[in-house]
Design a protein around this ligand. Structure first.
Ligand code: BES
Ligand code: MN
Ligand code: ZN
Length: 501
């Protein structure tokens, strides 16, 4: 998709389609009013006859509106003017894009970016129009033998801004929106790949292919032999039942000044989580191919920030592994010695994410990080607590937690903080080892984070549980690309990039 910004009046546009809003009940936006005037009341006539009420998401496609140079006019219901918030704005853009794509308009000039959206500026409206458009047009067809594509797909969108003064802002918003969209697409593509293709080596290859495009990105693999030397026995144990070798991919982006301490992102990369010997029930087990969405989220974020060439140093770790039952598999009752030296009693082999992450989190100490953020589809309990709408954030450092929540609000990639009080630590005590890998039924998301906190004492750390947000199940099954937008925003803030008008 191609995007651009423009500042012009609707009647002067010569395009396949111009997109203008109508509020409920039957109230013109100023742009629609201009079109009505030059068409001698053609639009108000339609509204009077009841063709469009203006309810949010209503669409009316018109051809050859008198005196209008564009071939089509798409009237878009925007709901009540005073109720237009960011969620409704995105829904309206989504419907608009689908309508344009299905009705043969290969390009369009869109005036919806001029609408007043509560609490949001032009930068936000343009950036989110770009992100939402790309998200809407995404489909995963790599594995289909026949691909059915729209006959005349939407190719080019022009977003109109109210004044020429806002053109630079709009262009910046497009550039950022494109980078974030590219990162989200990378995350979705890798996540949607089936687990017989997407294994730990595949994650490494994806990172490698990004490396070839950018000079200041280097990518290395830590394989099983190296992990054994480092004493990463906990990580290794999880992968022992799998025929696919565990591989930890380390991506090093140097956009900042040399010597500046990096921000480290660590992604859980279970390319399939069967549960291991504590095997999962069969229902929806296919969705456990998405247990690598932490890793793909980190990969996607790295893509976005190297495309923007943010002036900051960032290390991205993809903790690739597969959890399978097998004669070699680790078992409940095993006691593992982690890279940190702490011992762990395995009570359930399905609580494997924390066992992989704990060693990865010890490994990253070597980077002397300014902060470490791990991202993981860690607990079903997080879906119970927050549903599919918000990622969980937990941290040992309040300012870091606040920075992440702020980034989530700025990027409309929802996240909510959960507490990490010491009271919860008791739940993961073990009679035989230093820690148990299970904390019982209560507060499962928090006790999983408590487990990780035992390995992150040497730096500022936050944990994001994306079990509810990384993909959707059911008929619309697919990866969402979350939390690429939020993490990219966090890093843009860290790098001092302006993301406002
Ligand atoms: N990958 C799962 C968590 C998960 C489950 C994410 C369902 C999204 C949807 C994780 O490895 C796991 O199995 N967690 C267990 C932990 C339990 C054994 C303490 C869970 O949540 O049931
Ligand atoms: Mn599991
Ligand atoms: Zn898992």
């Amino acid at each position: 998709m191609e995007f651009s910004v423009k500042s012009g009046s609707p009647e002067k546009q010569r395009s396949a389609c111009i997109v203008v809003g109508v509020f409920e009940p039957r109230r013109f936006t100023s742009v629609a009013e201009q079109l009505d005037n030059i068409s001698d009341g053609y639009l108000s006539n339609l509204l009077r006859r009841g063709d469009l009420e203006g309810k949010a998401g209503q669409m009316l496609l018109l051809h050859h509106v008198p005196n209008v140079l564009s071939e089509r006019v798409l009237l878009v219901g925007c709901g009540k003017e005073r109720e237009l918030d960011e969620r409704q704005y995105r829904q309206i853009i989504r419907k608009t894009i689908n309508t344009l794509n299905e009705t043969g308009s290969m390009e369009a000039v869109c005036f919806l970016t001029e609408l007043h959206v509560k609490g949001r500026d032009t930068y936000w409206k343009v950036r989110h129009a770009v992100e939402t458009t790309n998200d809407t047009l995404y489909s995963f067809t790599t594995m289909k033998s026949k691909k059915d594509e729209a006959r005349r797909p939407l190719r080019k969108m022009v977003f109109n801004v109210p004044t020429r003064r806002e053109l630079t802002t709009g262009e910046k918003a497009i550039e950022h929106g494109l980078a974030i969209s590219a990162g989200i697409k990378t995350a979705k593509d890798v996540s949607n790949m089936p687990p017989n293709v997407c294994n730990p080596a595949y994650l490494y290859e994806q990172a490698k292919s990004l490396e070839t495009e950018y000079q200041n990105l280097s990518v290395e693999a830590v394989d099983e032999a190296q992990m054994a030397e480092l004493g990463m026995n906990s990580y290794l144990s999880v992968g022992r039942g799998s025929a696919n070798e565990s591989i930890m991919t380390v991506m090093n982006y140097k956009g900042g000044v040399p010597g500046q301490n990096p921000i480290v992102l660590v992604g859980k990369g279970l390319t399939f989580d069967s549960g291991g010997i504590s095997i999962k029930p069969g229902e929806a087990m296919d969705e456990m191919k998405y247990d690598m969405c932490g890793a793909s989220g980190v990969l996607g974020t790295m893509h976005a920030i190297v495309q923007m060439q943010l002036p900051i140093n960032v290390v991205g770790v993809l903790a690739g592994c597969e959890n399978m039952p097998d004669a070699n598999a680790y078992r409940p009752g095993d006691i593992l010695t982690t890279m940190s030296g702490q011992t762990v009693e395995v009570l359930n082999t399905d609580a494997e994410g924390r066992l992989v992450l704990c060693d990865a989190l010890t490994f990253v100490e070597r980077f002397e990080p300014e902060a470490v953020i791990d991202v993981a589809t860690l607990t079903g309990a997080c879906v119970v607590a927050l549903g599919k709408h918000a990622s969980g954030v937990m941290s040992n450092h309040n300012p870091l937690a606040h920075e992440l929540i702020n980034a989530s609000e700025q990027s409309s990639d929802k996240a909510w903080r959960l507490p990490l009080w010491d009271e919860y630590q008791e739940q993961i005590e073990s009679p035989f080892a230093d820690i148990a890998n299970l904390g019982g039924r209560d507060a499962g998301t928090i006790t999983a984070a408590c487990f990780l906190s035992r390995f992150t004492k040497k730096y500022h750390w936050a944990h994001m549980d994306i079990a509810g947000t990384a993909w959707v199940g059911g008929k619309q099954k697919g990866a969402t690309g979350r939390p690429v937008a939020m993490l990219s925003q966090y890093l843009m803030n860290k790098a001092g990039v302006e993301t406002e008008d």
